[in-house]
Design a protein around this ligand. Structure first.
Ligand code: ZN
Length: 202
């Protein structure tokens, strides 16, 4: 940020008195602008052992599959946010059952959390941010085309524990920058390989 949203003066980036981190501070009215991680909430919604996935119509990761999820709004609970995002992206009504994963992504200042939810009816359609919405059984999950590492990790965690008769354990984890980059590179290589393979056959 460049200007103070209170008085319009320029802000500087410095450690305020009594603090130990650099913040944006207004040089005129001394307002300190704290920036904190954003929460992303979503659902892993199940209908007859199949999982609801959305193919993204927006960047980042346009065309890749994801669990319905998005940024929380102020004044909202995490489970309400997860249900709202599921409604917006997949036009689907779900009942939240339990928290399934809580994953920090420190290099982009985000925390992602996914709830296990029940899709009561097989009714869904693409919302504005989705190209396509579909149910996938475990064998059909498009692992090479999953948009985000937090989504693959949550899916794997679910499949590992799905037959637990009591409450499933909640996965708590962290995605490191190097892992994120390696994953992108792998997916890019696969895409290039598929392109050259289809050129050779056509
Ligand atoms: Zn100011």
């Amino acid at each position: 940020m460049k200007y103070c949203s209170h008085c319009g003066a320029e802000v500087s980036h410095r450690i305020p008195p009594g603090d130990n981190r650099e913040r944006f501070v207004c040089d005129r009215c001394d307002t300190i602008f704290y920036q904190n991680p954003n929460l992303v909430a979503g659902t892993l919604a199940v209908y007859q052992q199949q999982i609801l996935l959305c193919r993204r119509a927006i960047e980042p990761r346009l065309g890749y599959w994801t669990l319905p999820a998005g940024f929380m709004e102020n004044g909202e609970s995490t489970s309400a946010a997860a249900c709202r995002e599921t409604r917006e992206e997949a036009n689907a009504e779900v009942t939240v059952q339990q928290l399934l994963s809580l994953i920090s992504v420190p290099h982009i200042d985000q925390v992602h959390l996914f709830y296990l939810a029940r899709l009561e009816q097989p009714q869904f359609s693409p919302g504005e941010e989705s190209l396509e919405v579909a149910l996938f059984s475990e064998a059909d999950i498009p692992w090479q085309e999953i948009a985000f590492p937090t989504v693959s990790r949550t899916l794997k965690h679910y499949f590992r524990h799905q037959h637990t008769t009591t409450e499933l354990p909640c996965l708590t984890d962290t995605i490191e920058l190097t892992e994120s980059l390696n994953r992108l590179e792998q997916q890019e290589n696969i895409k290039q390989h598929q392109k050259s393979a289809s050129r050779q056959t056509s």
